[in-house]
Design a protein around this ligand. Structure first.
Ligand code: SAM
Length: 245
């Protein structure tokens, strides 16, 4: 996969791209990330990327020309990229969308700043608009990094078998259950005995039950979206009875 990012702050990305799983995925050739400094595509000596809003009202708006030029330059290197504008007005980014994007060969992420980007960018260039949540950040850089992180870890081979994303929260449609590591007892809190039993069948069933319990307690609406088999339905009935008693 190739991911191009258009931003006026390329330096913000280096620390994130240069650590941990994303760093390894880049080194191993699973993903190539190119940062494009939007100021390179300006044509004045102040390298201006924003201007006053037509109609007044204060605040600056990102100019369309440098963004169009940047996308043209990227497309001349690799055509057919899916252009995504990061905006709080976009569709809500989630694991399903991350999975969908992980199947793409080329993504182009456009980061806004100020009051946002000239709407002609959205109208002509953006195939998609994504929001990472119902709050407003100062720029699209952090949202772009969130999208990159969520997508790259889903590229087949990036995570080892042990950390298979299908086992994660949302990977299996529900929340994951609790995790424990050593020591067996910490500040009076003991790891559940079943996890020390060595009985893999019983451990798998306990994990499923705790995942269902967590989902029922925190995000019950998720259970409506997945097909529960008879064994799961029985576990849910037992958990509900426990919760009511
Ligand atoms: N005036 C815009 C509005 O009300 O919709 C908000 C602009 S925001 C201050 C500047 C830039 O940050 C946006 O163009 C977008 O790229 C990015 N941004 C802010 N919040 C975001 C979010 N929740 N998801 C994705 N991008 C966001």
């Amino acid at each position: 996969m190739r991911i191009d990012v258009v931003t006026i702050f390329p330096g913000m990305f280096e620390p994130v791209l240069g650590e941990s799983i994303i760093k390894r995925a880049r080194e191993q050739g699973f993903v190539e990330v190119e940062l494009w400094d939007l100021r390179r595509f300006t044509d004045d000596r102040h390298r201006t990327t924003d201007d006053y809003a037509f109609g007044g009202g204060g605040g600056m708006v990102m100019k369309p020309e440098p963004i169009f030029r940047a996308v043209e330059a990227i497309s001349s290197q690799a055509s057919g990229g899916r252009v995504i504008l990061l905006t709080p007005q976009g569709r809500a980014f989630n694991q399903d969308i991350a999975r969908e994007l992980a199947r793409e060969r080329h993504l182009i992420l456009l980061c806004g700043r100020y009051e946002g980007v000239d709407d002609r960018v959205r109208a002509r260039l953006a195939a998609d608009e994504l929001s990472i949540g119902d709050y407003v950040l100062t720029g699209g850089e952090l949202p772009a990094m969130v999208v990159i992180d969520a997508v790259v870890r889903l590229i087949p081979g990036v995570l080892g078998q042990e950390d298979a994303p299908a086992k994660d929260t949302f990977g299996m449609g529900i929340l994951e259950g609790p995790h424990f590591t050593r020591p067996r007892e910490f500040q009076g809190m003991r790891v559940p005995d079943i996890l020390l039993s060595g009985n893999h069948g019983a451990i798998a069933q306990w994990r499923r039950r705790e995942a269902l319990r967590r989902t029922l307690e925190r995000r019950p609406e998720l259970l409506k979206r997945i097909n529960l088999d008879e064994a799961d339905r029985e576990l849910v009935r037992e958990i509900v009875l426990e919760m009511m008693s």
